[in-house]
Design a binder for this molecule. Sequence first.
Ligand SMILES: [Zn+2]
Length: 171
Amino acid sequence: MKYYFFSVLTQLLLFLGLIKSILITPHDDIYFMKRALQEAQAAYDKSEIPIGAVIVADNQIIARAHNLTQTLNDVTAHAEMQAITAAANFLGGKYLHKCTLYVTIEPCQMCAGALFWSQIPTIVYGASDSQRGCIAMKTKLHPKTKISGGVLAKEAAGLLQQFFIEKRNLN
Ligand SMILES: [Zn+2]
């Protein structure tokens, strides 16, 4: 009886451990880039150039945004710019220390400049922008910022291509 009790107890503890590990397993780059792609799709649905971004802190999305330059008649309304503002509002401070930005396309010079001021430590992008991307244009990022790309790049670039093909066909 005693042994039975312990074996049930052990199994229960193992089960709880499993549940705990499922609950606290951090999401990965793919998971967050998918959320950024959902934002890009939202932009697409509004006939905006489909670029989306999310900002993550402590494994949670604290800001999500998509390009709204047409809607707002504002060349600064890139997804990243809005995500930076939203994240700072959420945190109640201007610096995005301990945050990661996920953006579907490599940030431009303007956004890289804003990200510099935010002191964000990590930027992950999807597809490269060999024309206007901050890497191609050699824009300086904050010395504390690490940048990497290529996460779901095909999906991000595909959405952008599809958008421009559709635009061309409409004209
Ligand atoms: Zn930009």
